[in-house]
Design a protein around this ligand. Sequence first.
Ligand code: PNW
Length: 473
Amino acid sequence: TQPQIDAPAVVFPADFVWGAATSAYQIEGSTGADGRGTSIWDTFIKQPGRVLNGDDASVAIDHYNRYREDVKVMADLGLTAYRFSLSWPRIMPDGAGEVNQAGLDFYRRLTDELLEHGIDPWVTLYHWDLPQALEDLGGWPSRDTSKRFADFTACVHQALGDRVRNWSTVNEPWCAAFLGYASGEHAPGRRDPQAAVRAAHHLNLAHGLAVQALRAQGAGAQIGGSVNLYAITPAEDTPEDLDAARRIDGLQNRFFLDALLKGSYPEDVLEDLSKVAEIDFIQDGDMEIISTPFDTLMINYYSRFTVSGKPGGPASAAAAPTGAGSPWPGSEDVSFVNGGRPVTSMGWEIDDLGLLEVLERLHREYPAIPLVISENGAAFEDVVEEDGQVNDLERLAYIDAHLRTCHTAIEEGIPLKGYFAWSLMDNFEWAWGYGKRFGIVYVDYPTQRRTPKASAAWYADTIRRGGLRAPAE
Ligand code: PNW
């Protein structure tokens, strides 16, 4: 044997977490099964024009019935961890009060299956599927929703805390607030800057209250807060573009990071927002709750935004398929331009150095906290070869480049503990329906057959080696 030939050139720490991620609504289906309540996404996808091609998620990739097969796929890849979310309306059909035991039982079975295969379950408590009953009472713009979330958190921790150690609170509060309530491209599809800004604060508050609820259950839970961060550059070195970059960075990154990690909102962002919304919803003590210490900052990173503030520019950050408004209240004049890099099929620029920039900035400007990349990945147009294989070399290269960046960050002393590929499997990509594939495992929707793509085989190999090969010549 010649072990040195096989040895990786880029070695990760032995305890590095090698994961992949999904979310409940995007994969489970069975939206009417076993007493599940209705979520805002069930309501949203029924409205014409909301989701590309009118795609619906009542079957999705049928994970509710196929979870055993899916855990087997994960085990074959050698994943050490799997990040998934709990469907709140499956567990509490009305969002509060009565608990649906069948819903909890599903997650018990899933976590048991994971543990039996040596895969560590990482549970996300909220990945956008708010119970419709709570939206009917005002949704995230209503302060009460944060309290209901804390109750839900305590309830599920009681049921699953014996088998789940890693918990995270609200996935990407920026998306939930501003895509849901400002641009309206996500459920519940409202376009009201005032509602969106309130929602953002209440999602932060929900995070803080959930951290406290988990702590109150005793030691043991490892608690994560999740944010979607971007590297942001001005298109040109002009005062307008620099100010556009400041504003988008403020609303996208600093509004959430400062709240969770420093216990305050950035003054300049509050001032920008006060032009479109009344800032009358921050109560005494809120910022202390929001900044309750937690264990891991979970970062979802996909891209860099290059922004221009030239007068007259339109906002189109997310390039919604169905023609939504701006997700940037108060910055409707900012345009998002291509910075000259290749893009994925979402139109998102590929920039692995942007990830390094984000990690270095966190390390420099924020209190130290362990970090995990909880989502990173790319949609491309997959081609199924005659032999059934999907040779997704672009996705493979994307993940490879970002993992190299992770390694560089670790070498620089940044406490990065793990990486979760988004996504384990192709799935329901929100407003894009089944039109965009992020999976490292291909799903043939008519038959629900799962086929690991080339990127999955490569990822499995990477995990087995504990690192990456030397870069190709
Ligand atoms: C994230 N944007 O969503 C989510 O956490 C996933 O559920 C989703 O499938 C994945 O990224 C890919 O889209 C985002 O418009 C959706 O800036 C939209 C944006 C960012 C993240």
